[in-house]
Design a protein around this ligand. Structure first.
Ligand code: UDX
Ligand code: UDX
Length: 440
């Protein structure tokens, strides 16, 4: 089958490469000439484990190619996926659909023969109707169907998620489109990943509801962590205790500095706006968004408290900048607000991240970027773990301790054990766990 993806960003590139791996012929079209040039040279613009291998391997076999000529890509395809970005619109939190609408207009100009147009970008309910209207108005003669097929890829595990999805959601009531989409996903279907066929608007809402629910689950455990600190309980044990209940499930119950990334912050905000616009406000989502926003800065204050209430003139070492491990993505990363709060308090920052420093350097000022964790710790008054990279899980702690000016360690991801850290002589604090030696 011939597929075209419009937008060779995170989702477009991963999806395109994986579809090519299934045996489809795939062309990824992107307006950004330098991105296309880089991809043609085999350079991958993002850090995603395993992606480089499948891109180069499928490009070499001729199943995957890149272009800036969106119209030519559309003309050649049986199925066109819209995978352009849908950032939060400046000022009001609504999803910015201008790229999606522009893609729809371009598709309309180029359509030839029966074509399925699929929105893969995360788009508010009703966007499929709008895309259909745009194409229909421009090309009353065209034969096409507009389908919603949201992605559920986690950065850092995107290839695995694409190849072994919990489910594939396809929103359409067009019989022919159903048959074509079944063919597109046949290799996964044979692997027994359930294909869920629903109405287009339902598919659009499933994506937001899934991300909203997960964001709420994280926010819930973060609140429980605060309560654990107040009453002297252990949030990891609370999470295990509730997670073993199958109705709750154990995933996404790791307390931390608040969720970040390219999806949860923007999708929860967009869900709040959609619900308000339809006169059906979601108080749970509104609370989730505001609790999470406040949490990021409160983590900065937690560090200040660990430093005796004042960081003026002090140096704080920050380990981890990306919003989570195995990515270089800095979008809405908690590290941004934490560093800002510390800088507002007068601290100097020495930071290290295995992949995120290039992106961080473009959005942060007055931060010294270190060569590794030990270099970051050099002469610092405290060390903060913000992102749980593997490399930070097995640090040589005596070396860290002797490198620091004072042995203050704030572990915002609970990767170390409180009693062991205390034995080593650290003034150790973490999230939602007792400080005393009974803490694990
Ligand atoms: C995607 C989805 O689109 C978004 O809805 C979802 O919530 C997260 O993942 P992402 O792939 O991360 O977004 O976006 P980005 O990495 O910004 O990539 C978008 C790509 O589309 C860029 O390469 C951009 O150059 C390209 N683009 C944008 C076009 O080719 N045409 C346009 O009109 C606009
Ligand atoms: C998310 C969804 O998981 C994915 O299905 C969707 O398509 C895109 O958005 P992603 O943003 O890549 O994926 O990362 P995810 O692993 O979900 O983490 C999001 C944020 O939540 C990170 O900041 C992470 O640190 C945080 N998180 C996650 C927690 O704080 N605790 C947890 O238990 C899980």
């Amino acid at each position: 089958m011939k597929l075209a993806l419009i937008g060779a960003g995170y989702v477009g590139l991963v999806s395109g490469a994986c579809f090519a791996e299934f045996g489809h012929t795939v062309i990824c079209a992107d307006l950004d000439q330098s991105k296309v040039d880089a991809l043609e040279r085999g350079e991958i613009p993002i850090f995603e484990p395993g992606l480089e291998h499948i891109v180069t391997h499928n490009a070499a076999s001729g199943r995957l190619s890149f272009t800036t000529d969106v119209k030519a890509a559309v003309r050649s395809a049986d199925v066109v996926f819209i995978a352009v970005g849908t950032p939060s619109r400046r000022g009001d939190g609504h999803a910015d659909l201008s790229y999606v609408h522009a893609a729809a207009r371009t598709i309309a100009e180029a359509l030839e023969g029966y074509t399925i147009v699929v929105t893969k970008s995360t788009v508010p309910v009703g966007t499929g109707d709008e895309v259909e209207r745009i194409i229909r108005e421009a090309r009353p003669d065209a034969e096409f169907a507009v389908v919603s097929n949201p992605e559920f890829l986690r950065e850092g595990a995107a290839i695995e998620d694409f190849k072994h999805p919990d489910r594939i959601v396809i929103g359409t009531d067009d019989e022919q489109a159903r048959a074509v989409m079944t063919e597109v996903y046949r290799p996964l279907f044979l692997n027994q990943s359930p294909l869920l066929f629903v109405e287009r608007r339902t598919a659009e809402l499933i994506k937001y509801a899934a991300n909203g629910f997960l964001a709420m689950k994280i926010t819930f455990i973060n609140e429980m962590a605060d309560l654990c600190e107040a009453v002297g309980a252990n949030v990891q044990e609370v999470a295990r205790g509730i997670g073993l209940d199958n109705r709750i499930g154990s995933k996404f119950l790791n307390a931390g500095p608040g969720y970040g990334g390219s999806c949860f912050p923007k999708d929860t905000l967009a869900l709040v706006k959609t619900a308000q616009d339809h006169d059906s406000p979601s108080r749970l989502m509104e609370a989730t968004v505001s609790i999470n926003d406040n949490r990021k800065r409160s983590m900065g204050r937690k560090v200040i408290a660990a430093c005796g209430g004042d960081v003026r003139g002090k140096t704080i070492a920050v380990l981890g900048l990306a919003f989570k491990p195995n990515t270089d993505d800095m979008r809405d990363a908690p590290s941004i607000a934490i560093i800002q709060t510390l800088q507002d308090g007068g601290a100097n920052i020495r930071a290290y991240d295995p992949e995120g420093m290039k992106a961080a350097a473009m959005m942060m000022e007055n931060v010294t970027f270190a060569e590794d964790a030990y270099d970051a710790a050099k002469g610092a008054d405290a060390l903060v773990i913000v992102t749980e990279w593997e490399a930070f899980r097995a640090l040589d702690l005596s070396r860290i301790k002797s490198t620091l000016k004072s042995p203050v360690l704030v572990d915002l991801r609970n990767i170390y054990r409180a009693n062991e850290m205390e034995k080593l002589g650290f003034a150790y604090s973490s999230i939602g766990r007792p400080k005393s030696s009974q803490g694990k």
